[in-house]
Design a protein around this ligand. Sequence first.
Ligand code: FE2
Ligand code: FE2
Length: 225
Amino acid sequence: MATTTKSRSSTRSAKRSSPKQSSRSTGGSTRSSASNPSSKSAFSWGDNTGSLIGAAIAGVAIGFAANMGRKLVIQGMSGMAGDWDEVLATEHEMTLAVFDKMLATDSTQTWKRSMLLMKLEHALDKHAHEEEMIVYPALREANMQADSEHLNEEHLEIKTFIYELHQMGTDAPNWLEKVRQFRDLVQRHVHEEEESVFPSFKENLTDEQNAKITNLVNRDGFWQA
Ligand SMILES: [Fe+2]
Ligand SMILES: [Fe+2]
């Protein structure tokens, strides 16, 4: 019995004198190692951390400014055209010009075809977003539901053409024929917008509504650019 009591007492004593407990009770050793450069943790901040963070922030700011500048230039090319319908008509023209460059290539110019397809895809994607997010909903609001749905369905056909061109490869023997069919569809679509649907819609807009739609189209185009 006496042996057991002594054993428990010595265990408690050993725990009190262990290095771990000593460190916790004083905290002195922790402060000491922090002030010693040779014992820095792997997670310590270096002396030049401030300048590194400053450079990173400056890099992000420059990248952001460059991206904003690029967006302004791209949207400015069509946005300076005037009202929303003129902005969209300018984009139609620029898109058809890309088709013409594609049709002027031959099967050896695979890299050029890939670049032009990428450019076409970006132009159509940005343009479709402006119409689908602003103009077509405005058509529905103006009781032009059927026109809105019909044009929207043609946008789905346009996306299918882009998918098919990516699938077939730029050296495919029927690549030019596919691009020609694609161009015909886009030309019919933009002709209907410019000559029929958009003028019918615009003639019933007030100046304020017209300005609002122009502003929304330009803003959407800016963020999509
Ligand atoms: Fe459209
Ligand atoms: Fe359009």
